[in-house]
Ligand binder design. Structure first.
Ligand SMILES: C[S@@+](CC[C@H](N)C(=O)[O-])C[C@H]1O[C@@H](n2cnc3c(N)ncnc32)[C@H](O)[C@@H]1O
Length: 237
């Protein structure tokens, strides 16, 4: 399982679904995903003509918003009210605060039975989980140092801990695949966390390493079927 398969499975049984992807880059995922309406948000798309052609072929309508996610939600509120979101993939700026904002804002326009996936929630080692303001800033900070591999997840994992601590109205966790695929849907969670926002901010990679399963509500990728079945049980708004 990976982010593309999870998104496709979540979209599969929905009539005329709307798909939102925040952070699209070269369109590795966006070109492979089929939905009635596809929304792409990135301040700097890196799409070839061929990728765009493939991406467009997978939808009745595709819309490209070359802007930050914050500006997108600010400027496209009316558009989003008219296009409630079935499935979203959040994979933009890899900082904790930005990911929390992206989730909270997506939730405003998410159908009651909609689902959100988040990439990069389970950094495999400290360097991958280091905080930076962009991929470029992360690489710059590693200049001259032997880099393990070109993986950067940032502190996205803290967004999972934050949501599990502050939103008892959401089911939140992480599938153990594809660098940690976060999942969010509306509903009563089976477990929550007790942290304040200040405590979440103060968590370190060592804390994550020591207590990954509990902090992230780590699930086997096989749980995806159950997760989607439960979201399908909620009424459509
Ligand atoms: C890891 S890539 C996305 C990969 C893509 N989702 C995929 O699966 O192939 C991250 C992208 O996020 C974009 N990004 C950075 N800051 C952003 C922001 N504030 N809002 C939306 N996207 C942002 C970057 O330009 C970059 O293209």
């Amino acid at each position: 399982m990976n982010r593309i398969r999870a998104v496709q499975r979540a979209l599969a049984s929905r009539p005329k679904p709307v798909y939102l992807e925040i952070g699209v880059s070269r369109g590795q995922a966006f070109q492979r995903i089929s939905a009635d309406v596809k929304l792409a948000v990135d301040p700097k798309f890196n799409l070839t003509a061929r990728t765009r052609e493939l991406a467009d072929a997978g939808g009745r309508e595709t819309h490209y918003f070359e802007t930050t996610s914050d500006a997108f939600f600010e400027e496209q509120a009316d558009f989003l009210v008219r296009h409630p979101i079935d499935v979203a993939l959040i994979d933009g700026l890899h900082t904790y605060e930005q990911v929390v904002r992206d989730v909270e804002k997506t939730l405003r326009y998410l159908r009651d039975d909609g689902v959100i996936f988040l990439h990069d929630c389970n950094p495999p080692f400290e360097l991958a989980g280091r905080r930076a303001e962009s991929w470029e800033a992360h690489m710059e900070s590693q200049k001259g140092k032997p880099l393990a591999i070109g993986i950067w997840n940032g502190d996205v994992w803290k967004a999972i801990v934050h949501l599990r601590s502050t939103r008892p109205d959401l089911v939140v966790g992480v599938f153990k695949c594809d660098q940690g695929l976060g999942f969010v849907r509306k509903g009563k969670p089976e477990s929550t966390l007790p942290y304040t926002v200040q405590q979440v901010e103060a968590l370190t990679y060592a804390d994550l390493k020591a207590d990954r399963k509990r902090l992230l509500n780590l699930k086997s990728p096989r749980y995806v079927g159950e997760f989607l079945k439960e979201s399908a049980g909620s009424p459509r708004n």
